[in-house]
Write a protein that binds this ligand. Structure first.
Ligand code: DAK
Length: 254
């Protein structure tokens, strides 16, 4: 399977598996990844999703061999364009577990995720400029929001790669793991999120993502409404009661 899906308790782990093409994101691979993520997103027992590649490569970007002969008309009607918004619409928290190369669309896929755990071997980059194109999966927009305009400009216009430590310093990745521990660390982080009350987790994700879309005043208004929704949940009564009664909360997702 070009995407291997495995459940580890409340965490779904999807592993990209096209070693012969360095996990290049063909339409077939992206379709399968979207289907897996969307099915988990509908499943209340899945509370967090990890997207990973292999030790050597997360993903080397879109499939250049498939792209080269695509006409303008084919590019316009190709489903490829729809995969990125589909992944961005997943409400369950997404954690990218990146070891080795995350380039072009691979870097953009990691950027769509809500958090990134990188192996010390990870290398990130937007090399599209070397192919005569620019990033098309959010690499100019999400990257600029994460690392700032000047640094995004350098990565997009030079195509140079950055390593895991640089990515950490830039606030691009949440943590850097030892090379044999990257996947376990990503799953551990996902398990922590999975133990939190799921409705509040989804509202929290939605609220933080709104920060990229709105002015501060509109964002604060949006946060206030989402906060009020969280106050209407049974889980928040349980969370507050458990604190006061000095016991562990039993969150039900209601
Ligand atoms: N596509 C297709 N095949 C690829 C590939 C790719 N991106 N990357 C590697 N391969 C294939 C190679 O062609 C080679 O195949 P064979 O020669 O064996 O048939 C095999 O994988 C092994 O590759 P290498 O021999 O190059 O392996 P190395 O370990 O030496 O190097 C590498 C690994 C990842 C550093 C290198 O392969 C590399 O630089 N790959 C290309 C990276 C790149 O330029 N990525 C950007 C692609 S453009 C959009 C959304 C997104 C996008 C566009 C639009 N919309 C929503 C509209 C995204 C665009 C891109 O990502």
């Amino acid at each position: 399977m070009i995407v291997e899906a495995e459940r580890r308790g409340a965490v779904g782990v999807a592993r990209l598996n096209r070693p012969e093409a360095r996990n290049a994101l063909s339409s077939e691979l992206m379709e399968m990844l979207c289907e897996v993520a969307e099915a988990w997103d509908r499943d209340p027992d899945v509370r967090a999703i990890v997207i990973a590649g292999s030790d050597e490569y997360f993903a080397a970007g879109a499939d250049i061999k498939a792209m080269r002969d695509r006409t303008f008309q084919e590019a316009l009607s190709n489903p490829f364009t729809s995969f990125w918004p589909r992944m961005a619409a997943i409400k369950t928290p997404l954690i990218a577990a990146v070891s080795g190369y995350a380039l072009g669309g691979g870097c953009e896929l990691a950027l769509i995720c809500d958090m990134i755990v990188a192996s010390e071997t990870a290398e990130f980059g937007q090399p599209e400029i070397m192919l005569g194109i620019i990033p098309g999966g959010g690499g100019t927009q999400r990257l600029a929001r994460v690392v700032g305009k000047q640094r995004a400009m350098e990565l997009v216009l030079t195509g140079r790669r950055i390593d895991a430590q640089d990515a950490f310093r830039l606030g691009f990745v949440n943590r850097v793991a030892k090379k044999r521990e990257w996947l376990d660390e990503a799953i551990e982080l996902a398990e922590v999120v999975a133990r939190r009350p799921p409705l509040a987790v989804r509202l929290g994700k939605q609220a933080v993502l709104a920060a990229d879309e709105t002015t501060l005043a509109a964002g604060l208004d949006h946060e206030r409404r989402l906060y009020e929704l969280s106050m209407a949940t049974e889980d928040r009564v349980e969370g507050m009661s458990a604190f006061i009664e000095k016991r562990k909360p039993d969150f039900r997702g209601r």
